[in-house]
Design a protein around this ligand. Sequence first.
Ligand code: DGL
Length: 277
Amino acid sequence: MTIFSDQLKVQLASIGVFDSGVGGLSVLKEIRDLLPAEKLVYVADSGFAPYGDKSNAYIIERCEYIVRFFLKQQVKAIVVACNTATSVAVDGLRAWCPVPIIAMEPAIKPAALHTKTGVVGVLATTQTIASANVNRLIAEHGKDIRVLLRACAGFVEQVEAGELHSLQTEQLVKHHLSPLLASGADTLVLGCTHYPFLRQILTQVAGENVNIIDPSAAIAKELKRRLTERNALNLHATNENEHFFTSGDCDVSRKIMTQLLGRDVAVSPLLSPPVNA
Ligand code: DGL
């Protein structure tokens, strides 16, 4: 009886999902589609974003704070919906966090299988591009192709500001994509969770023949696989199954999250100590 109740308690527990800001909502959307009954707690660390050009110590401190916040809420799993946080902090987090951590992986392997020109562009933040993780993926899957890494300065800020279709965003996208397209890239990997929100403009600039790969759906599937193997899937749908927190301004976050998700959401403050790093 106790074992049954304990397992049910796990199944009913929430899943924590976080990003440096609102970009991780691209992953949350996929999780929501695949696992409609799950309770999700989303943290946008917008008060401390962007992570992409911060020090490792700064990013690690923020990630540890957010993971502890989730653990206080007794989550059953945590999704690091941020490539930068994954690159810098996930190994350290996994060393002490008692629940499974599912993290991003730039889709270099599928891109290598898909490209016909043999040229793949990886769009990500400075930190992700410099990371050992990306270099390992290129060494493993990119030996027979050319992988062009592009740190897309400004993309995260445009998404955080809700500027998904402005002229300034279009110019920025052209600026970052032009050298990749000129080098023959026919496949682009979205290596930052903010970038799927720029998909329309990326497609417009790159053209319909360029394949754009977003790993978010694969992350949702991996989460489902990990919960299933632990018998931790929630099969009992409830109405109150999402909570959104931000370390930034709640009104601003609410507006942008509502825009990105296409539905109205309530946002609560994540109270954070200052970063020492
Ligand atoms: N969404 C984050 C990522 O996937 C953006 C990082 C940042 O804040 O610079 O890398």
